[in-house]
Write a protein that binds this ligand. Structure first.
Ligand code: ATP
Ligand code: MG
Length: 322
């Protein structure tokens, strides 16, 4: 499943067997994927999965230990200056100079990027990031969300073809989150975007493809629809009349390796609630679950299915790596 792309455009980024070691610790291992023009790729993964490491490598901020990365046909190791012009990066911690005003900082970044008509370019990103009213303010005096906007603005200067955004909505209030999401969606018409986030609904709202990382490797790379289809993770909530929690575990023992019982607890006297998580699909699940309970003379008081959710698939994919 790795390395596929659902976008229709040209290949913009090609990552092959990328590895990053810190002494004996392997932060990224054999990561391969392709990004096509117009893709909005959402990087998902628990803390420490390797998302920032991959992004730092793609933007030339850190070196890598093995594999290869090509951006717009340039090998990032051999042609670092050429590819960097095509990339706008919003790092996890935006590199802001707190003693500069917003305008001064963006002018400074224009200088670094070799942008001559800096005023026009800054005006453009002010509008995009809704920053015009704050241009004379010292960065140190801005709220976290506004600092994030300045970080996004510097990434957009020069209209780079590729935008790499590490948790772009972190620190923003709900209204700003919606604004930034809409902005990213609009930008994706003219830019290729890779973003990371911990917010699953964000990925669902804006990304055309999801790459899930865990412990330095890619565990899923596909559209949300296909990931849900190929990683069945149905959850059932049950309330039964039973006086002993162990009975619940006992009767489902040997049922299937893909069935896990979770959160077993008394909610009233002799009333137990628990969760059944199914890692993979098998036939007539509802019937089989209710049948085994009835055979053991356990009356069912409630039986709900949550359906297949990205959240559950995410948890299962991550847990399978442990
Ligand atoms: N300079 C470093 N030296 C040693 N280990 C590092 C270094 N930088 C990162 N790591 C380790 O590499 C792993 C991947 O880190 P990374 O920051 O890429 O994770 P992440 O997926 O971005 O996590 P988060 O969601 O918390 O931002 C972690 O175990 C981290 O501790
Ligand atoms: Mg990170």
């Amino acid at each position: 499943m790795r390395g596929i792309s659902k976008g229709l455009g040209d290949v913009i980024i090609s990552v092959e067997k990328l590895c990053k070691n810190y002494n004996n610790f392997c932060a990224v291992k054999d990561v391969s994927f392709k990004v096509r023009a117009g893709d909005i790729i959402g990087f998902l993964g628990p803390n420490g999965a390797g998302k920032t490491t991959v992004m730092n490598i793609l933007t030339g901020c850190i070196s890598y230990s093995g594999g290869s990365v090509k951006i717009l046909g340039c090998d990032i190791f051999n042609e670092p200056l050429k590819f960097k012009k095509s990339i706008g990066y919003l790092p996890e911690n935006p590199p802001l100079y707190y003693n500069m005003t917003v305008f001064e900082y963006l002018k400074f970044v224009c200088g670094l990027k070799g942008i001559k008509k800096y005023k026009e370019e800054i005006d453009k990103v002010f509008v995009l990031c809704n920053l015009a009213d704050n241009q004379k303010r010292l960065i140190s005096s801005l709220s976290k969300g506004y600092k994030q906007r300045v970080g996004l603005a510097q990434a957009l200067l020069g209209s780079p073809k590729v935008l790499i955004l590490d948790e772009p909505t972190s620190g923003l209030d709900p209204a700003q989150i919606v604004q930034v999401r809409n902005l990213i969606k609009a930008l994706s018409k003219s830019h290729t975007v890779i973003l990371s986030t911990h917010i699953l609904s964000e990925i669902q709202a804006i990304c055309s493809r999801i790459i899930i990382m865990s412990r330095g490797v890619i565990v899923a790379d596909d559209t949300e629809k296909n990931i849900l289809k190929s990683n069945k993770a149905e959850v059932y909530f049950l309330r039964v009349y039973c006086s002993d929690k162990d009975t619940i575990f006992k009767i489902f023992r040997g049922f299937s390796d893909d069935l896990v019982i979770e959160d077993v607890e008394f909610v009233a006297q002799n009333v137990i609630e628990f969760k059944i998580v199914l890692r993979y699909e098998f036939d007539d699940v509802d019937f089989k679950i209710s049948n085994v309970l009835m055979q053991n003379r356990i009356p069912i008081l409630k039986f709900l299915s949550s359906g297949n959710t990205l959240e559950q698939v995410f948890i299962n994919l991550i847990e399978n790596r442990h």
